[in-house]
Design a binder for this molecule. Structure first.
Ligand code: GDP
Ligand code: ZN
Length: 350
């Protein structure tokens, strides 16, 4: 990648404002395209290159906006280093409850797009988990059912998603016929999205279809040598010709990423809305009289499977939270509040 236009990378007024407060003097703004261990591949207006990381600025991940110190005018020199990481607008992270640290997966994403292949059964549990993770990160979830060319009945697949996951944006695409690719580009707009979904779902092929060229390594187009394979395990940000950015995340599985009960609730806003009408504030939606949730299941407005998923994800989140240390819990608490308010605003705004 040569010199990058900061606006195509997602630079906007928010970053401009933060820049004034957070960037060291004589530094240049850049976006992390890839994390390569001791260095980050960073795109700046003057060029793209490796920039050394120092522990002093904290962990850095793909999608971060950073202040680069010591970059030359015509690209990035040997002495370039990350001097600051701008305050993130969202953060997708993996938290292993057994160790006391979080692994950063992607920063500053507006949307988490769950990619499902039409050539295999839809897994609603995964979609619901992904939606919870999106809210947890501070991003808005969406579902893409791809490989439309491999099914005769895309409409019923979409209907299935709409029933199991009401309120989620859902699109049909094909990387082969390019059906829906413009719609997906429209959904991304000038924002940044991260694709998640199981291996083989069609994520890399979608990145390539959006980019209009081969930028991500899809599984069946590996270069002949065995080394080609390892490139698929690197998370990387791609700038689209239409203006937005996509982070392809071969390493990100929705399974096992830490979510909180509040972000689970944000993903199941319809159930929360119903619960507000239960007779008792502490209704467990079991056999209580005047339970609006059970009434909705009885009259068919709420899918019983969806209620069951909500229960099991909530239990899982509660267990994970308990295993976490109090400090992490407290920090997360601040984020839930913000996230839940944003989820609420988002739902009300649509
Ligand atoms: P990823 O692991 O999620 O990145 O999935 P890939 O993009 O590597 O795709 C997995 C397989 O599905 C590859 O063999 C692709 O060629 C195939 N594939 C991806 N998208 C489509 C599509 O829209 N239509 C068809 N027929 N095959 C697709
Ligand atoms: Zn109830």
């Amino acid at each position: 990648m040569g010199a990058a236009d900061l606006v195509s990378l997602g630079w906007n007024e928010r970053w401009q404002t933060l820049w004034g407060d957070e960037a060291p003097d004589d530094s240049a703004p850049g976006r992390v395209i890839r994390h390569d261990g001791v260095a980050a591949l960073v795109a700046l207006a003057s060029g793209t290159g490796h920039v050394a990381l120092s522990g002093a600025v904290g962990p850095v991940t793909v999608g971060d906006w950073v202040a680069v110190e010591g970059a030359g005018d015509d690209g990035i020199g040997e002495s370039a280093r990350v001097g600051a990481v701008l305050t993130r607008s969202s953060l997708l992270e993996r938290r292993d409850p057994s160790v006391n640290s979080a692994q950063l997966l992607a920063a500053n994403v507006d949307r988490v797009v769950m990619v499902c292949g039409a050539d295999r059964p839809l897994r609603h549990g995964r979609i619901q988990r992904g939606a919870a993770l999106a809210w947890e990160a501070g991003a808005v979830p969406a579902v893409v059912v791809t490989k439309a060319d491999l099914t005769d009945d895309m409409e019923s697949l979409l209907e299935e998603v709409r029933t199991a996951d009401p309120g989620l944006d859902v699109l049909a695409t094909s990387a082969v016929t390019h059906v829906g690719i413009d719609d997906l580009a429209g959904l991304i707009g000038h924002g940044t999205v991260v694709f998640i979904g199981e291996s083989g779902a069609g994520k890399s092929s979608l990145v390539n279809a959006l980019a209009g060229e081969q930028v991500a390594v899809a599984r069946n187009v590996r270069s002949g040598d065995a080394k080609g394979r390892h490139t698929t395990t690197t998370r990387q940000l791609h700038v689209l010709p239409t203006g937005g950015c996509v982070i392809d995340s071969p390493g990100i599985r929705e399974m096992g990423i830490w979510a909180t009960s509040d972000s689970v609730d944000a993903a199941f806003g319809d159930i929360g809305d119903l619960a507000a009408h239960c007779r008792f504030n502490d209704c467990a939606h079991g056999t209580e009289p005047g339970c609006a949730v059970m009434a909705a299941v009885a009259d068919g407005t709420l899918d019983a499977d969806r209620l069951a998923s909500w229960r099991s994800l909530r239990e899982e989140a509660a267990a994970a939270q308990l295993r976490n240390d109090p400090r992490a819990r407290k920090q997360a608490g601040k984020r839930f509040g913000k996230m839940a308010r944003e989820a609420q605003k988002y739902r009300q705004g649509r």
